[in-house]
Design a protein around this ligand. Sequence first.
Ligand SMILES: NC(=O)c1ccc[n+]([C@@H]2O[C@H](COP(=O)([O-])OP(=O)(O)OC[C@H]3O[C@@H](n4cnc5c(N)ncnc54)[C@H](OP(=O)(O)O)[C@@H]3O)[C@@H](O)[C@H]2O)c1
Length: 277
Amino acid sequence: MIAFNDGNRIPQLGFGVFQIEPKDTARAVGTALEVGYRHIDTAEMYGNEAEVGQAIRAAGLDRGEVFVTSKLNNGFHRPDDARRAFESTLQALKFDYLDLFLIHWPLPTRYDGDFVSTWKVLEEFQRDGRAKSIGVSNFQVPHLQRLAAEAELTPAVNQVEAHPYFGNDEVRAYGATHNILTQAWSPIAQGRVLDDPTIVDIADEVGRTPAQVVLRWHVQRGDIVFPKSTTPKRVEENFQIFDFELDDATMDRIRSLDRGEDGRQGPNPDTFDYVPS
Ligand SMILES: NC(=O)c1ccc[n+]([C@@H]2O[C@H](COP(=O)([O-])OP(=O)(O)OC[C@H]3O[C@@H](n4cnc5c(N)ncnc54)[C@H](OP(=O)(O)O)[C@@H]3O)[C@@H](O)[C@H]2O)c1
């Protein structure tokens, strides 16, 4: 568990459900909970919040035993829309609170560039207790600086793309110096880093799988990760990363794979403006 700037705590390793079909979600989350994951990362945009809630209830776990994150979809940044969307997220999950609620994307080219009033609505959710913690996703340094200047609360986390091909170190460093934890999305670059020769060599050297090596690298960097898999064997494999360590030289070898902006696999948050219809 690691602590947020608001005192709440999150399991550093979780399970992500992006691109899991609703019909497959309850089974996938059920497998993850059986293996021992106690942190699930979903979003309104993924269309599977209801099935995440279902799987947690079906596992017979108390609400307080599982840390659940969801995110505000891009069409709902206006304050009243954000309030309605948050309510729908709680209803879909059948929860009376979320552990963490995020603005999914900053969308600086939409809503007249105003993500600050959206953030202030998330501050309301934290104040009224329906979101234990609040944070952002895909925020770049200037976006975070703007929140620092114009809002009251500091995001608990910034969830951004990060993996060996795209270290995203400038954004991570801002977080580290401003009490904002980094959550690394697509931590294994959706599988693309797993046959990298350096990663494969390291995996051989330490006697672990490439995915375990990369996930362990993230955890040692201090980031929070939630790899996605619908393959039970991999769900289990990805959970076994707390019984070995990478030394400093190995950490550096993985860091040297960083390709800067060229390594980014997902959209650039400065220009991404997708709003689902
Ligand atoms: N905030 C955002 O904008 C944002 C964007 C993207 C993702 N996310 C979050 O981050 C989570 C993780 O990212 P992601 O789903 O994009 O990608 P990821 O976790 O980096 O990779 C998932 C892919 O890797 C495969 N895989 C998983 N474990 C493996 C293993 N041990 N060996 C070989 N292959 C393995 C999976 O295949 P199978 O499923 O077929 O096993 C799947 O194709 C998401 O689920 C979501 O919660 C957030």
